[in-house]
Design a protein around this ligand. Structure first.
Ligand code: PLP
Length: 369
């Protein structure tokens, strides 16, 4: 039994003394927010790191999603996935948009492109897919459909920091991509987020929208919101960025240990990821099927009793939550794959400071089950 609670994730915190010089600079300048020096530096540093041209920082990922939809003036109906964190659909709701759920692909956990066309109506304006667990969506197939019907595509890339496909950043796909830098994510600024923008003009509009719609001191161009990242968050992001190589190395180590030790447990499946994907090791999902000695929820409870706090991401489905369950597209018959996977999935602890001994205790708990 672990004395320490092993959560599904734990934020990576660089040594505290490394943060002090940043704080001193903030105290010195007395510039706390509103596009300060660290904010500008982090936008540039993230563009360089992620291999994208333009990026607008946000106070969190949810407001970035809400603003991305505003920036493209999305309305009517939007096609999305039920297999995600609830903020994906909430962002539509906050814009008065009707979510239309489409089922997922059983191998990638992402929206199934072959089921999108059947969900398009004259009211459809956009598609909002999610790169679940950082696994890239079928971006090419989705784009073909979007082009055919004149739809916008906004990717919820909250899990996809640093993921590459055939050596390319996946953040350039579609019209906009949205990142989250929440404490539980691979790269964090305590709270935070960003929109990847295709050009300077789009970034400028998004920058206005996140600052109440101000274009200058006396001009408001839209009913914007306050979604600005502050200097403390931005400074922490700059420091965190210096540690990302180590973060990914440690996550890869843990991923590989799980992969090599959990093979061959009856009833426990490891999802396969295509070799052309450079993963970010954000999550470690396993699937529990009928051959396992007991059900997924019983395993979840048994692990908790041993201080191992695995999480059922994503259960319940978004389409099962009260605000959405009465939508026609929320019915289980429309979402058989997502419904099935939500009953089977368990995400195991993975984070840089998970020690080998702690990980072995998780592996042994699973094997002895
Ligand atoms: C974390 C997350 C969000 C929300 O991001 P916040 O920064 O917490 O607001 C949105 N979508 C997905 C898929 C997420 O995992």
């Amino acid at each position: 039994m672990n004395k320490k609670k092993l959560h599904v994730t734990e934020p990576y915190l660089p040594p505290l003394e490394e943060f002090i010089p940043y704080l001193e600079q903030i105290w010195e300048s007395k510039w706390l927010t509103n596009n300060g020096q660290f904010h500008q530096e982090l936008e540039q540093a993230l563009c360089d790191y992620l291999g994208v041209k333009h990026l607008a920082l946000f106070s969190n990922g949810t407001l970035a999603l809400v603003t991305a939809l505003q920036a493209l003036r999305i309305g009517g109906e939007v096609i999305t996935t039920p297999y995600s964190f609830v903020a994906t659909t909430h962002a539509l709701n906050w814009n008065g948009i009707k979510p239309v759920f489409v089922d997922i692909d059983p191998l990638t956990f992402n929206i199934d492109p072959s089921k999108i066309e059947a969900a398009i109506t004259p009211q459809t304006t956009a598609i909002l897919p999610v790169h679940v667990y950082g696994n890239p969506c079928a971006t090419d197939e989705i784009q073909v459909i979007a082009d055919k019907y004149g739809l916008k595509v906004i990717y919820d890339a909250a899990h996809a920091f640093g993921t590459r496909h055939e050596g390319q950043s996946i953040l350039g796909a579609g019209d906009l991509s949205v990142l989250s830098f929440h404490a539980t994510k691979v790269f964090n600024t305590f709270e935070g987020g960003a929109i990847i923008c295709p050009d300077a003009k789009t970034k400028q509009r998004i920058d206005h929208l996140k600052n109440f719609g101000f274009a200058d001191e006396v001009t408001v161009v839209a009913p914007g919101i306050n979604a600005k990242m502050n200097e403390m968050q931005a400074a922490f992001g700059l420091l965190q960025l210096k540690h990302m190589d180590k973060v990914f190395t440690e996550r890869r180590r843990i991923d590989q240990t799980y992969r090599s030790t959990l093979q061959g447990i009856k009833g426990l499946h490891l999802p396969q990821i295509p070799p052309q994907v450079d993963r970010n090791y954000a999550y470690f999902p396993v699937l529990i099927d009928n051959d396992f000695p007991f059900g997924r929820d019983a395993l979840y409870d048994k692990l908790r009793a041993q201080n191992i706090f695995a999480r059922r991401y994503f259960y319940p489905l978004i389409s099962e939550f009260q605000p959405y369950r009465n939508l026609p597209s929320a019915c289980k018959d429309n979402l058989p794959v997502a419904t099935q996977l939500a009953q089977q999935v368990l995400c195991l602890p993975i984070y840089p400071n998970l020690s080998h001994a702690e990980q072995m205790s998780i592996i042994n708990a699973l094997k002895s089950a």
